[in-house]
Design a protein around this ligand. Structure first.
Ligand code: PBG
Length: 323
């Protein structure tokens, strides 16, 4: 036997020297939930360790995160029911608390990368990502609404806009609207291959954004499909996306790998709420060791080809690294 792979595993120093992949805090994006009001910090029961913050507490949270090396955040609003309507008008209203919060965050912490969510569901009385008429999600009317939302978010100072709606043609439509309104430098991180997944449950609890009727299968992708992700990616790249995303992450590592090997632009993976909640629940039960299992999950996503990982574990990971 002249080839013995175990020789490269015989000590910690050697294992580190030959290690192929690394997860660092630079790769991570931390999702944050915002509510209107003051002095609010409510835990999301199905996502332990994650909270809905009012802006005052959110600013403190961001400051803490920055002190342990996190630099990128993706912000989601929890909108009171009475502000929701069929056309999501509150999403681009000048007194929208989400837009005001973004302004404040970028004013206090200009160095962070702040990513938005472009989709109707937090603002829609139907709880869908698009405009609903007679039970149908109308693609092209939705694009007009998304463009208004996108321009308002760019105005508020978001570095990246994150269209998570899966309407056809939205990346190009938003790109044009941004350019026409003088926001050539606002970037787009597109939810390119977003699947109609059961693993978004805790997120919908956090924002109270579940569809009132039906499901999201006419716009989000069928979990059985893989070639279709390449088509979606081709469209998003041609339409001007700066980063393309796969969502969920852990259950879709093959999709991450296919996009990474077929496209030259950065790939993000959204390690979604249900995937994180599952692991947390097992750890809380004493069935898995959080300190080892959690970084292993992130490493798997990185190894599959993700350049960027959006994960509810970002803060814990950064904390572990900074010790
Ligand atoms: C909706 C949106 C969802 C998530 C991010 N943006 C849920 C959905 O499509 O219903 C889910 C994120 C997560 O589960 O962590 N625009």
């Amino acid at each position: 036997m002249n080839i013995r792979p175990r020789r490269n595993r015989k000590s910690e120093a050697i294992r580190r020297m030959v290690q192929e992949n690394h997860v660092t805090v630079n790769d991570l994006v931390y999702p944050l939930f915002l509510v209107d009001g003051k002095n609010i910090k409510e835990e999301v029961s199905s996502l332990p360790g994650n909270y809905r913050f009012s802006l005052d507490n959110l600013l403190k949270e961001i400051e803490n995160c920055i002190s342990i090396g996190l630099k990128s955040f993706i912000l989601f609003p929890s909108i009171p029911e009475e502000l929701k309507d069929k056309t999501a008008t509150y999403s681009y209203s000048p007194d929208n608390f989400y837009l005001k919060a973004a302004r404040e965050i970028k004013k206090l912490f200009p160095e962070v990368c702040l990513i938005s969510d472009v989709a109707m569901d937090p603002y829609s009385s139907d709880g869908h990502d698009g405009y609903v008429e007679g039970g149908e999600i109308i693609n092209d009317i939705t694009l007009e609404i998304l463009a208004k939302m996108a321009v308002a978010q760019a105005q508020a100072g978001f570095d990246f806009l994150g269209p998570s709606d899966m309407m056809d043609g939205r990346v190009g439509f938003i790109r044009n609207a941004l350019d026409e309104n003088g926001f050539k430098n606002t970037s787009i991180m597109s939810y390119t291959a977003k699947y109609a997944s059961a693993f978004y449950g805790p997120f919908r609890d956090a924002l109270d954004s579940a569809p009132k009727d039906g499901d999201k299968k006419t716009y989000q992708m069928n979990p059985a499909n893989s070639d279709e992700a390449l088509l979606e990616a081709e469209l998003d790249v041609t339409e001007g996306a700066d980063v393309i995303m796969v969502k969920p992450a852990l259950n879709y590592l093959d999709i991450i790998f296919r996009l990474k090997t077929n496209f030259e632009i950065p790939i993000a993976a959204y390690h979604v709420s249900g995937e994180c909640a599952m692991l947390m629940a097992a750890c809380q039960n004493g069935w898995l060791d959080y300190k080892i299992a959690m970084p292993e999950a992130l490493m798997s996503i990185k190894r599959a080809g993700a350049d960027i990982i959006i994960t509810y574990f970002a803060k814990d990971f950064a904390q572990m690294q900074s010790k």
